[in-house]
Design a protein around this ligand. Sequence first.
Ligand code: MSP
Length: 514
Amino acid sequence: MSKFYITTPIYYVNDVPHIGHAYTTIAADVLARYHRLMGDDVFFLTGTDEHGQNIERIAAERGVSCQAYCDEIVGRFRDLWRLLNISNDYFVRTTDQRHSEAVQQFARALLASGDVYKGKYEGWYCPRCEAFYEEEELLPDHLCSVHKRSCEWTVEDNYFFALARYQDKLRHLIAETDFIRPETRRNELLGVLRQGLRDFSISRERVRWGVPLPDDPDQVLYVWVDALLNYITAIGYGDDPVTFQRYWPAELQLMAKEIIRFHCLYWPAMLMSVGLPVPHKVFAHGWLTKDGQKLSKTTGNSIDPFALVQRFGADAVRYHFLREGAFGADWDYTDGAFIRRYNADLANDLGNLLNRTLQMVVRYFEGVVPSPTGQPEGSDRKLLDLARGLRAGLEGALQRIALQDVPVLMGELVVEANKYVQATAPWELAKARKAGDARSGERLATVLYNLVDVQRLLGWAVYPVMPWKAEELLRQLGLGVDPRASWKDVMVVGAYPAGTRVAPGQVLFPKYEA
Ligand code: MSP
């Protein structure tokens, strides 16, 4: 058994959860669920990033304490993850006592490393990104390129981390290993490295809402340093060495492309500085956009994830987010595309296949799935070969983190199964059987068994993407769902127990009428 530690970024609580947050979290959940089915020892982490100047400001505007404000927003994140059936093993908050203590411990190790020195910081600061920018990185009028908001000229005494010292090690990590994917993001980072790295400040003087720096309580740790450390504090850095050893380093850190500098430069350098191993892989996916613009609360073109789930259901949202874009590239969200895909892939192809099959099992075999008899014919072989290859195909896609291929592969099998129904025409076989043709009766049994068996496989294949619908599908096939099941055991053609009574129920994906 291998272990699989997967993380999402911890999300800023400067506002309620946003559709972009849901995108990353759904993708991570799908990967976590697949790895559990592969029998891996999975730890799936998500959480919230709650410190910093921005939060101080918002809480003050609302006239509530920072903690009360954070608690309220964190509740909304937890609600959304429950609604989307997110299976995280832990939810980390940077305001947790446990996190703060471990952060201080890390800060002590960093101060002792010789890589930290005191200096003066002057620069353009975006309070939304909580990041300093070079003049040439900003838009005219010193607007931040992410939020299009004014940056502030800031001067203060800070502690600095000697990032420039890690230039060669980081170049090696990024250029010579598979640390960052996809390739476009690697090239982007190599470009940053070519310009030469600058040290960065790891503390703030004027901010109070944060983790105080050990030995200098006038400073709090820079919110990004505090935040990055969640990936290790959540698994016991500082207080649970056994769990920490078990899961660190992470197999996969998932995020969108705008925060890779923090994750691929600052983060590995700080880990190296204190002698900890770096994560195996960072994968940066693209943005969910509307009319080509990043969907974001601060740019005002948001989609409410709660409303979306209410309208289409959690599993349809999960499916669409995987299916619609190439994971790694940007893609535009539209209601039209959502509804088209939902009706075509889910309501028509997958949903109807199940309906038709169950109806035929009821009509021709009194609801009890027959044993297959006789030798497989050409059409059987074609369908079953495709079904046999499904697991390997899916695992390949997941290894490559080509998440869009998962629904594509499933769709191919669904289409083939629908063709199989047309080609074998069970209703004709039933007529011939009624007329006394025993051979047709055997054939009918084989065809229906194969259809049920292939849908059992589809149910398990789809389980990580649409856990609720997959359970319902398997239940209607007369099967229970063991959450500890392993793909190795269930993704086997011919494993459906003949003689089982099916349990037709409500339509899996009712057609969406706009
Ligand atoms: N708090 C930092 C991360 C600290 S991790 C140590 C942060 N938070 S955030 O709330 O702004 O969330 C950023 C992440 O949300 C992105 O990396 C991405 O995973 C997700 N997304 C937010 N908007 C998005 C889109 N429009 N499209 C895709 N994902 C986006 O940065």
